[in-house]
Design a protein around this ligand. Structure first.
Ligand code: AMP
Ligand code: MG
Length: 391
């Protein structure tokens, strides 16, 4: 089994005692639901008109109909519809007793007196029936769901004005590298701006997680150890960028080992982004991401994010689709899973973007997806199907 797939198996086995809190509905978007959402009513709760029109008996559709009343939304009809009778009715209003059809106001004509006639005898019934969407006690949303926009509406419809969700983890971010300067600084020779902080912070923001950003720390074992031990006391997770590899000043793996962390993995089997550690001590965790910006981004997206969601008790399935390649792809070695920035164009085809490797974050400015080339695959033809992950 290749390394990346092995990591997926390890992620699936992770367990944690995440805490649960109850929050108000309007704060629940993009949080991990920690209860099954049950229906306390039928939906629709009554036979409901789908149109503005006239409610009548379908068998009378060709006749002139006497109009008994006007039923607006929210009102209880007062009359029962009998032979050759109707009621004017608004969208969302309760269909009166006796009626089994609503014809549209656009398909009606007024006849003398208080009567109307349907101009389309082949009308649909235009009724949303009691309980056709769901029944009392149906499970509407399952525990573990990452709450999306439409689920916000379903929660409201089911009366969940308070929602049980996972508590968000406290996360500290440390950017290691003696060559790093802040974005507002002009790098001198040999220096480089810290582009990982804003990237990782926004990845976490997308997950609703605030970050305790501890800034740039130089590649010094003692200083890094000091910052790390404080960070790991005060947070659930520490994320390092940089220093995760085998260079003389790549201290992260050594610090984790010296601090007694159990290392789950120290490489990912991905290109870019092979060196990455994930480790645990008690109920605290640490990611050591690569310093190269494309690597850290890909590592976060494909590995750190699923880990965080798993540890928050979410049933998270990364969104991948199979799309058709619009260019020839080849690489020399197929020893790792290749992750390649691409554009899914307006025809749904996968297009190339210029990409020079793990430091080339500017390439991602033009990309809207990451393409996966499986281990051992070195060539792909135009027209082949590939997995892509929209960004
Ligand atoms: P490292 O993982 O520390 O070996 O770094 C790999 C490469 O990424 C080096 O060229 C670093 O200068 C660069 N790098 C490390 N950290 C950052 C960062 N925060 N922002 C931009 N580039 C970085
Ligand atoms: Mg470094």
């Amino acid at each position: 089994m290749d390394k990346f797939n092995q990591i997926q198996k390890q992620i699936a086995l992770l367990q944690s005692d995440f805490k649960i809190e109850e929050i108000s509905l309007n704060d629940a978007f993009n949080r991990v639901l920690q209860e099954d959402v049950l229906a306390d009513t039928y939906m629709p709760p009554f036979n409901k008109s789908a149109m503005d029109g006239y409610a009548c008996r379908l068998e009378d559709i060709k006749n002139e109909l006497e109009c008994l009343e006007v039923i607006h939304a929210g009102m209880v009809p007062t009359r029962t519809i009998g032979s050759n009778q109707c009621a004017k009715i608004m969208t969302g209003a309760a269909v009166p007793e006796g009626a089994d059809c609503v014809f549209k106001v656009e398909e009606s004509e007024t006849v003398e007196g208080n009567c109307v006639k349907c101009t389309n005898p082949k009308t649909h019934k235009n009724i949303c029936y009691l309980g056709e969407d769901y029944q009392i006690n149906d499970v509407l949303i399952k525990k573990g769901t990452l709450i999306n926009v439409s689920q916000m509406a379903v929660l409201a419809g089911a009366g969940y004005h308070r929602v049980k969700v996972s508590v968000l983890p406290k996360i500290a971010l440390i950017n290691t590298g003696s060559e790093l300067v802040e974005p507002h600084e002009k790098p001198e020779h040999g220096k480089i701006r810290n582009s990982n902080a804003s990237q990782v912070i926004s990845q976490l923001k997308r997950m609703n997680i605030e970050v305790n950003h501890l800034g740039i720390i130089e590649d010094d074992y003692d200083i890094l150890t000091q910052v790390f031990t404080k960070a790991f006391k005060e947070n659930d997770f520490v994320i390092f960028t940089g220093g995760a590899s085998v260079g003389d000043f790549d201290w992260v793996p050594k610090i984790l080992e010296d601090q007694g962390f159990e290392i789950f993995w120290d490489r990912t089997g991905m290109k870019p982004g092979n060196p990455m550690t994930f480790s645990q001590k008690g109920d605290k965790y640490c990611f050591g991401l690569s310093g190269n910006p494309v690597s850290s981004m890909v590592q976060f997206e494909l590995i750190a994010k699923p880990v965080l969601y798993k540890l928050m008790g979410a049933k998270f399935i990364p969104f991948r689709i199979k799309a058709t390649l619009d260019f020839e792809y080849s690489r020399k070695k197929g020893d790792r899973l290749a992750i390649v920035p691409v554009v899914i164009n307006n025809k749904g085809l996968v297009e190339r973007v210029p990409f020079n490797g793990s430091a080339h974050i500017n390439s991602l400015v033009f990309a809207n997806a990451l393409m996966e080339i499986p281990t051992n695959q070195t060539n792909l033809n135009k027209g082949d199907l590939v997995y892509v992950r929209p960004l």
